[in-house]
Design a protein around this ligand. Structure first.
Ligand code: AHM
Ligand code: MG
Length: 347
């Protein structure tokens, strides 16, 4: 005798995971897809779950504090930076469709060799963004960007060159915030979707489908301590937001982890700014694995991202760890910001 499942029973088992979502998106938008892309993304989700398990036990394991070395940017590496990078390198290394990776923690791009054929994808990532915050229990995250491997000349004579593609070429981008809960947000160019990690089942479960950034917000986010060294037009714009002349009272929120500051901007609207400063005249954030992925997500959600004069995703990169100023947020704030920078360009 067969037993039929009642609707109530079925509801108890309904769960939409990020893997299911990616597969469904692939079937909808690329019906000829082989599943290879989903396999790659599952490597990233696995690596982030490994990192999240460590982050959650940070005070219990000997993983807080500095690892005792500096990365290519001259920044002190935290022990968790090293672990998170290793998790990504391992999980992507065992996926034969990944040709090349580049990370904040490695000076050069890494070409996975010994494959039967060329891999199709290039993955760029910041394994643990905001890691200087880890010892004080503030949100950190992982950011990633996926490009197609240019296959004309495989293996490439210089792997670094193959990663130098503008953001408009991204096939997918995403991030994970290890915050009060762990959330993964991604886009493949068909909207922005968010998944919360359910620790009881160990899966990222759909929680925010088709995220839209509010057209205007009430929050601006920048490191006020650098005020004196911001270019004049940036100070004028920030004064404008502070003064109420924008027609609303803005609040300031600055976490100091791009991934968390951006996530708030995505959900609440407003603007995040990391302008050129005296100590970082080219900006601080990295174009390929910080600015480009969040810019792709912002645009897909209805927002905008610029370096002050150019759309972030159109910048042609010259080096893998290139820095850029980053202004990103809701349409209304970004349009107003551009009026301030255009005045300077016209002068
Ligand atoms: P990291 O990738 O080494 O952690 O550094 C980047 C971080 C960003 O997450 C954040 O937006 C920025 O540095 C904060 O910089 P500052 O302390 O200068 O405000
Ligand atoms: Mg970072």
């Amino acid at each position: 005798m067969t037993k039929s499942l009642s609707l109530t029973d079925a509801k108890d088992y309904t769960i939409s995971t990020v893997e299911q979502h990616i597969l469904a998106q692939q079937q909808k938008h690329s019906p000829d897809a082989t599943g290879s892309f989903s396999w790659l993304l599952s490597g990233i989700t696995l690596a982030t779950k490994m990192t999240e398990a460590r982050v959650r036990r940070a005070g219990l394991l000997d993983i807080c504090g500095a690892a005792g070395n500096r990365n290519v940017q001259g920044e002190e590496q935290q022990k968790l930076d090293v672990y998170a990078d290793g998790a990504m390198v391992h999980c992507l290394g065992v996926r034969e469709n990944v040709a090349l990776i580049a990370s904040e923690e490695n000076e050069e791009a890494i070409l996975f060799d010994g494959r039967s054929g060329p891999g199709k994808y290039v993955v760029l990532f910041d394994p643990l963004d905001g890691s200087s915050n880890i010892d004080v229990n503030v949100s950190v995250g992982t950011i990633f960007s996926i490009l197609a491997m240019p296959l004309e000349a495989y293996p490439p004579a210089d792997p670094n060159v193959a990663v130098l593609q503008p953001g408009v070429k991204q096939l997918a981008a995403g991030y994970v915030v290890y915050g009060s809960s762990t959330i993964l947000v991604y886009t493949t160019g068909h909207g922005v979707h968010g998944f919360t990690l359910d620790p009881t089942v160990g899966a990222y479960v759909l929680s925010h489908e088709n995220i839209r950034m509010p057209e205007q917000g009430k929050i601006y986010s920048s490191n006020d301590a650098y005020w004196d060294s911001f270019p004049e037009e940036y100070r004028n714009y920030l004064e404008y937001l502070r003064s109420g002349r924008a027609g609303r009272q803005y609040a300031l929120r600055y976490i100091g982890s791009l991934v968390a500051d951006f996530h708030r901007t995505l959900l609440k609207g407003g603007v995040f700014l990391y302008p050129p400063t005296a100590s970082n005249p080219q900006g601080k954030l990295r174009l390929l694995y910080e600015a480009n992925p969040v810019a792709f997500i912002a645009e897909q959600a209805g927002g905008m991202a610029t370096n002050g004069s150019e759309r972030i995703m159109e910048i042609v990169p010259r080096s893998i760890h290139q820095r850029t100023p980053l202004m990103i947020g809701s349409k209304a704030e970004m349009n107003e910001f551009q009026q301030f920078t255009r005045q300077v360009a016209r002068a």
